[in-house]
Design a protein around this ligand. Sequence first.
Ligand code: CA
Ligand code: CA
Length: 374
Amino acid sequence: MKLNLIKKIMFVATLLLMLVSCKEEEKTVEKVIEKPKVLAQKLTPVVVNQPENTTAPEGMVWVSGATFLQGAVPQDQMAMDHEKPAIEVAVDGFFMDVTEVTNAQFAKFVKETGYMTTSERKIDWEEMKKQVPEGTPKPHDSILQPGSLTFKKTKSSVANLYDFSQWWKWTIGASWQHPNGPESSIKGKDMYPVVQVSFEDAMAYCEWAGKRLPTEAEWELAARAGNYSTTYFWGDDANLLKEQANTWEGEFPVANTKVDGFELRAPVKTYAANAYGLYDMAGNVWEWTSDWYNTNYYKDAAGQNQVRQNPKGAGTPYTENNPYAKEKIIKGGSFLCSASYCASYRVSAKMGSSTDSSLEHTGFRTVTSVDMLK
Ligand SMILES: [Ca+2]
Ligand SMILES: [Ca+2]
């Protein structure tokens, strides 16, 4: 009973959005192709090419500035409501990490700062209470222990793919050093992407590194690498998936055929890079961005002619069907994304995750603007 309660609480706090996303998918069975919102006046980025007097910081490459359509492309039949309509944006160039932040990089940060991640901290019921329905009883202290959400493959086929509690488990002792629970370890996995890090943890890392998280617009610009009209960064051919990305192949979440070679995370740089030399912009682990997740953002931006020059996303978070959510956008999908599900390795795909949530399939990478170079 108690475990069910804490699971319920954690799900309200962290996973309701996923549920909402899938409900959205249900609603979009009748596919409506919406026209992209292109402005009458042509937008242009201020910074396009890498300035001659600059050198890319170690482990980063230049992402050229461009004007492009952010959001779903018309031929993408998997696109959800929150990816539409695409809006025209002008985004300046910047430097981006070639890979997701690795365990080795995160370990260096922790060693130098003594930083303790969200999932390693004592749970503050007074804080958690604000994110769950009023009147939710306080779980027993034995359950309110530091931990995180881990993935557990199911033993048999799942009839209801909208009930995430079948494969996400609240695991006491799970953290970035023990991604799949206290018995698991990152030993020998220096080059694997760090996971079980919250938005707050990613921000702390950025501050230490003198970097920042990308906006959603920057992330899409980087993922596309000059390829502005296709569903995936490599084009529209879904058959190329296994060479391009670490995703879930087979029946989710019960049987993984591992056609791409990995059931869970893969070391960074295992799959093909995009045209800018960025790895794992599709799959492997989800990546935090700095934008609030707001299910109405594109519709509002299209209707109100909001600023489209280096946009920083919605001004406030809003998750349809979950008034308690204060979520940031994550991009790129993960090793758990399958073609039969959300196919979130599509460039325009996204999900919301609350700022204090950590999950086994979510990490991040950093960016640096020209004006941030030392
Ligand atoms: Ca895989
Ligand atoms: Ca990724």
